[in-house]
Design a protein around this ligand. Structure first.
Ligand code: SF4
Length: 312
């Protein structure tokens, strides 16, 4: 490993610096992606920099960035670049974040308008330090985008540390899609997502749907962390019981040697099996491929969600 990478993960993930190294496995052929070279990729990058915006595409080292940004599909991450949690799978930097930028909703809205997006996904770091977990900032961002651009809006929120009234504030701002990722099966929460509670996340999704049944709800899982097929099937049942419309499943990729190790690379055939199982359980839409991420192809998926609801 290069010195630069060692320094990088020590700075970004100080709480992980003393953990033993987990060697990074070579990726199978079905995970390989092309380097970003498209001119539109560079335009998207320049606009993010010009508007002072942070993206999860970069912070999470998403493998799809070349494809997505070449189509101007950037997922903006609000409330800074520093997360108050320290999940074992996540590459977003951890630490004590700075104060919220009051002009960020306007900068995000301006970027959405300039990108000409039909559908935008907005996510955030966890802000457990804020009294409302950042719910008002999400709501302000949704309203700013509504005022500036015709895009449909998808939010991918944290669990707001179960803070009273937070989900209500976001739903009140009327996003089109409310996404909150379960990430993994409940057995693995203590090691993979230790700051979160599985049933609190399920409850949040159910609550969003109950508050406004017209909102599409969505959740995602990473596989390849050591979960079993039966456990994934149980999560699907739990999500359906919470009336979740859309399930995404993708392969976990290890960002650095200090993050959780990949248990195994799930084959494309197994992803197809998960997709068939989930469809059979009644989700309106399922995306399950090795490179599926919460916001991957979210614009086309939103159109498919609407069509599926109308057809049903
Ligand atoms: S899949 Fe999502 S996070 Fe990854 S590059 Fe595309 S928009 Fe960004």
């Amino acid at each position: 490993m290069s010195t630069r990478l060692v320094i990088d993960h020590r700075l970004r993930h100080p709480e992980k610096a003393h953990r033993p190294d987990n060697p990074i496995q070579r990726k199978p052929a079905w995970i390989r992606v092309k380097a970003p070279t498209h001119p539109v990729y560079h335009e998207t990058r320049a606009l993010m920099r010009a508007n002072g915006l942070v993206t999860v595409c970069e912070e999470a080292a998403c493998p799809n960035i070349g494809e997505c940004w070449s189509q101007r599909h950037a997922t903006m991450m609000i409330m800074g670049d520093t997360c108050t949690r320290a999940c074992a799978f996540c590459n977003v930097a951890t630490g004590q974040p700075g104060p919220l930028a009051a002009d960020e909703p306007a900068r995000v809205a301006d970027a959405v308008a300039k990108l000409g997006l039909a559908h935008v996904v907005i996510t955030s770091v966890d802000r457990d330090d804020l009294p409302d977990g950042g719910a008002d900032h999400f709501a302000a961002t949704i309203r700013a985008i509504r005022a500036a651009a015709p895009a449909t809006i998808e939010v991918l929120t944290p669990d707001f540390l179960r803070k009273q009234g937070a989900v209500e504030r976001v739903v009140d701002a009327r996003p089109d899609v409310y996404n909150h990722n379960l990430e993994t099966v409940p057995r693995l929460y203590p090691t993979i997502r230790p700051g979160a509670r599985y049933f609190a996340s399920l409850h949040l999704l159910h609550q969003a749907k109950q508050l406004d049944p017209s909102i599409f709800t969505k959740s995602g899982l990473m596989v390849g962390l050591g979960e079993s097929r039966i456990e994934v099937m149980q999560v699907m049942d739990d999500l359906r019981a919470a009336d979740v419309d859309f399930l995404t499943i993708g392969q976990y990729l290890q960002p650095t040697v200090k993050h959780a190790a990949v248990d195994r690379f799930v084959t494309p055939e197994e992803f197809a099996d998960y997709a068939a199982l989930a469809r059979g359980k009644g989700f309106l839409l399922v995306s399950a491929t090795p490179l599926t991420r919460s916001s991957y192809h979210a614009d086309a998926d939103f159109a498919a969600l609407r069509a599926a609801r109308e057809a049903r």
